[in-house]
Design a protein around this ligand. Structure first.
Ligand SMILES: [Zn+2]
Length: 76
């Protein structure tokens, strides 16, 4: 049972991040390469929470945020 706990915690924190007030991402797709974004790779900007598909893209964005255009979610 002990091995199950970290996995459950990870799952719980993921859900918390997803539903936390103000924590919802403004975008669906990774601004760097257009792949589906994942909530675990995110940055908090003036526009809100921006998600990325992977840590590499998150890194690229943080190095030069002006280079990438964040496409807001269509379903508003
Ligand atoms: Zn990406």
């Amino acid at each position: 049972m002990k091995a199950l706990l970290p996995a459950l915690l990870l799952l719980a924190s993921g859900f918390t991040a997803l539903f936390a007030k103000g924590g919802l991402p403004i975008n669906d797709l990774c601004p760097v390469d257009g792949k589906p974004g994942r909530v675990i790779y995110r940055v908090f900007s003036d526009q809100g929470t921006i998600i990325f598909c992977c840590a590499t893209c998150l890194d690229s964005y943080q190095k030069s945020p002006g280079r990438y255009k964040v496409q807001p979610k269509a379903d508003k």
